[in-house]
Design a protein. Structure first.
Length: 98
């Protein structure tokens, strides 16, 4: 299991490779990140830029989310429950839903 720092580092590296500013990215937490990304946010599995990582528990996931929200990413704190252990990010596009 990766630490909070390792998850943040991995997501930041992905964002740097794919480009844009923090404000161009949406970050959230979920128990089922694929559902959130591809159904709820309408992210395209092929063609869009997205990433998710298992943080181990909801506390760690919230720490990752808070870090990116404080950096200027789109999203909002306070979602999820005790089963929410994944942090995810996607580059916003005209067809995605916040």
């Amino acid at each position: 299991m990766m630490t909070v720092f390792q998850v943040i580092s991995k997501i930041e590296q992905y964002m740097a490779i794919k480009g844009g500013h923090y404000a161009d990215w949406y970050v959230g937490i979920a128990a089922d990140p694929r559902q959130r990304l591809f159904s709820d946010h309408n992210v395209r599995e092929i063609g869009d830029w997205w990433i998710y990582e298992d943080c181990g528990n909801d506390t760690a996931a919230r720490q990752v989310e808070d870090y990116f929200l404080n950096k200027g990413c789109d999203g909002g704190p306070g979602g999820g429950d005790h089963a929410t252990r994944y942090a995810y990010a996607y580059r916003k596009a005209a067809h995605t839903n916040p």
